[in-house]
Ligand binder design. Structure first.
Ligand SMILES: CC/C=C\C/C=C\C/C=C\C=C\CC(=O)SCCNC(=O)CCNC(=O)[C@H](O)C(C)(C)COP(=O)(O)OP(=O)(O)OC[C@H]1O[C@@H](n2cnc3c(N)ncnc32)[C@H](O)[C@@H]1OP(=O)(O)O
Length: 286
């Protein structure tokens, strides 16, 4: 909804067409892989991913996330906190099974909805924060960096470790990472395939705060969202979009080209062999 109107003009304010009341958030036509809870006092919505065992970004989960982000925006919540119902994993990133020997049409749909999810998070008009209550590798990290603030629990890892198994990332994914970390750190971390521990992530600035529990993480995210109380919401939204304009434009100017490049790369023997070894490694862990 919001995202689509922005594709025409990034600087336009979304017309307020949504008519649902603030407390009537339901998951409507989605698959129920996300839940939304709105705090009565603060008006802040907590959006939880709930796809056991590890919140892999499947087509359905990505669809539900986009749907939920749209609902939360339309219901004029004061802010959005993204988190997980799993107490060990925020998100394991893209569903690797979708990338292994893929059906070509489904792969196109899969990559397109991943682009959509990134845009939905990047362009979300209200303040966003991630309460990272578990591991956040790869696209799990990219989702967190698309939010405006990150609070993480101790003893987990976060980062984009794609090169460890011969994956590449698209430029817009790298830009998300680079919007949070200095370029030299991103270059090194991406090339190494580095996963940062919570403490390392705090030291480099990949996360903003560490929390002792999920409850504390949610409270810290809510406190961050509260820092915008004095800002005019429309001016804030326009300013956020202006700040993110060049990263978003990078994807929007050639979405089809990005899709083609990704599909081509995913079909290469280099990618498929790396992925096969990675999937084996995940099985052997047990
Ligand atoms: C020109 C530009 C071109 C190109 C772009 C082209 C291609 C895309 C390139 C890159 C894209 C990167 C984005 C991504 O997100 S790729 C996904 C990468 N994610 C991972 O590698 C995470 C792997 N998982 C883990 O490390 C761990 O599972 C964990 C740390 C998240 C959690 O550990 P646990 O011990 O708690 O759980 P496990 O026992 O490991 O897992 C349980 C269960 O889930 C399966 N699984 C885990 N992760 C995934 C996944 N990402 N996709 C699918 N399945 C996953 C795991 O195998 C277990 O399954 P079984 O119970 O054995 O059946």
């Amino acid at each position: 909804m919001l995202r689509n109107s922005l594709i025409g003009s990034l600087r336009q304010i979304k017309p307020i067409l949504c008519s649902q009341s603030l407390r009537s958030l339901s998951n409507g036509a989605n698959s129920g892989l996300t839940t939304i809870e709105v705090d009565d006092k603060s008006g802040i919505a907590t959006l939880s991913m709930n796809l056991p065992p590890v919140n892999t970004l499947t087509l359905n989960l990505m669809h539900d996330l986009i749907d939920s982000i749209n609902q939360i925006e339309c219901n004029k919540s004061r802010g959005l906190i993204l988190t997980s119902s799993n107490d060990k994993v925020f998100s394991a990133g893209l569903d690797l099974k979708e990338l292994y020997k893929p059906d070509q049409e489904r792969l196109k749909e899969f990559w397109t909805i991943f682009q959509d999810l990134w845009l939905a998070l990047h362009l979300c008009g209200i303040p966003t924060a991630a309460a990272i209550n578990g591991h956040a590798p790869a696209a799990g990290c990219i989702m967190a960096t698309a939010c405006e603030y990150r609070v993480m629990l101790p003893d987990f890892v976060i980062g984009v470790h794609a090169t460890r198994f011969s994956f590449l990332v698209s430029k817009w994914m790298m830009l998300s990472y680079q919007s949070v970390l200095p370029r030299r750190i991103v270059e090194r971390a991406l090339n190494q395939g580095k996963l940062f521990s919570t403490q390392e992530a705090l030291e480099v600035g990949l996360i903003d705060e560490v929390a002792g529990s999920k409850k504390e993480a949610l409270a810290q995210c809510a406190a961050f969202i509260g820092t915008f109380d004095k800002a005019n919401p429309i001016a804030r939204t326009l300013t956020k979009r202006m700040c993110r304009d060049s990263d978003v434009t990078e994807l929007l100017r050639d979405r089809a080209g990005d899709l083609r490049a990704c599909v081509d790369y995913i079909n290469t023997p280099l990618f498929q062999e790396g992925l096969s070894a990675h999937l084996e490694g995940l099985k052997e862990k047990k």
